[in-house]
Design a protein around this ligand. Structure first.
Ligand code: DGY
Length: 327
């Protein structure tokens, strides 16, 4: 019989869509985070000691030190999100903790947001909105708030995985853009599923051609500060940087410097190296659009992500390999 006492205990580190919380309570002895306050390292360790599994988010820092807690009970971390660079997966693997993620379900919404940031930066949408709200709009004038055309321009994608491809497809089919990209492994044309995109051998080759550079690679040590001062200098001066991937892919001080010196035209950012901290220099700049990590933030996607995480937990506790196991 499936009594409450026999059910696996799951601690959830963030408030989730209602349907997901209901499902968690139906399947597990779930401890929900009803006040939606981020967990401290100590609280994460206590959760690892007292629960069979954790459902975590990108706001949790699961370092080797946090994971390697004495008398650990948890055997799974079901991450609510596709990116898992906030979890030391090597340490988790060594400790025998399974880690799962939620791929695919957020691809379209994140690609939509990348296109939105591209349009917002090019067409000065944030700046225009601030002007109207401040009551500073005087009249329609032919030279007022002139932006940059997006249609027909060249989009450079760094990281041609699921989200990179979905963004490229939108740009090509919706805006007639030419797509060039860099990916760490060579992609056979059939992997691009009909997309007409040119693979470059280096990031620099992409930067030299692109009017918009959109980042879609994972975060973590391998890609940390991939966009640095040298690479900003290699971009075209009229080009824009879009980041919906991970904040640490960009050296934010170098970005602020490049923007300040007019080395690039603008930036659209959804992610930051030390969230929720946004560098003060960027806050001051009119040609930067800043969003609070909203890539997957639609009701449909956030619910889908949660139900995937719940399924991953269920499979694990049933002794099966979870469908989205990372390690
Ligand atoms: C993801 O899924 O990686 C999003 O950035 C939220 O964590």
């Amino acid at each position: 019989m499936n009594t409450a006492a026999a059910r696996p205990k799951v601690i959830v580190t963030g408030r989730l869509p209602e349907e997901v919380e209901r499902e968690l309570q139906a399947r597990f002895d779930a401890q929900l985070n009803t006040d939606d306050r981020p967990f401290t390292a100590r609280e994460l360790q206590e959760a690892l000691q007292t629960a069979d599994g954790l459902l975590t988010t990108v706001a949790d820092r699961l370092t080797a030190e946090v994971l390697d807690v004495p008398s650990r009970r948890a055997t799974i971390i079901a991450n609510y999100g596709v990116g898992y660079n906030h979890i030391d997966v090597h340490a988790a693997k060594a400790l025998g903790i399974a880690v799962t993620n939620t791929p695919d379900v957020l691809t379209d919404c994140t690609a939509d947001l990348a296109i939105m940031l591209m349009l917002m930066t090019a067409r000065r949408a944030g700046e225009g909105e601030r002007l109207v709200r401040a009551g500073r709009w005087r009249s329609w004038r032919p030279t007022h708030m002139i932006g940059t055309r997006v249609s027909g321009k060249t989009l450079g994608i760094i990281g041609m995985g699921r989200i990179g491809q979905a963004t490229a497809r939108r740009a090509q089919h919706g805006f007639g853009m030419k797509v060039v990209f860099f990916n760490r492994s060579r992609l056979a044309p059939e992997r691009l599923d009909g997309l007409d995109a040119l693979q470059c051998d280096t990031v620099e080759e992409v930067l030299a051609q692109a009017d918009f550079v959109s980042l879609h690679c994972p975060g973590g040590e391998e890609t940390r500060h991939l966009m640095n001062a040298t690479r900003f200098a290699a971009m075209q001066r009229h080009a824009f940087l879009i980041n919906t991937a991970r904040g640490d892919v960009v050296d934010e001080a170098a970005l602020a410097d490049a923007l300040g010196h007019g080395l690039i035209a603008g930036a659209g950012l959804d992610v930051y190296e030390h969230e929720p901290r946004v560098p003060a220099a960027l806050l001051e700049m009119e040609n930067v659009v800043l969003l609070p990590h909203l890539g997957s933030a639609t009701r449909e996607t956030r619910t889908g992500m949660g139900l995937m995480a719940v399924d991953n937990l269920s499979a694990h506790f049933a002794g099966q390999t979870p469908p989205n196991r990372v390690v």
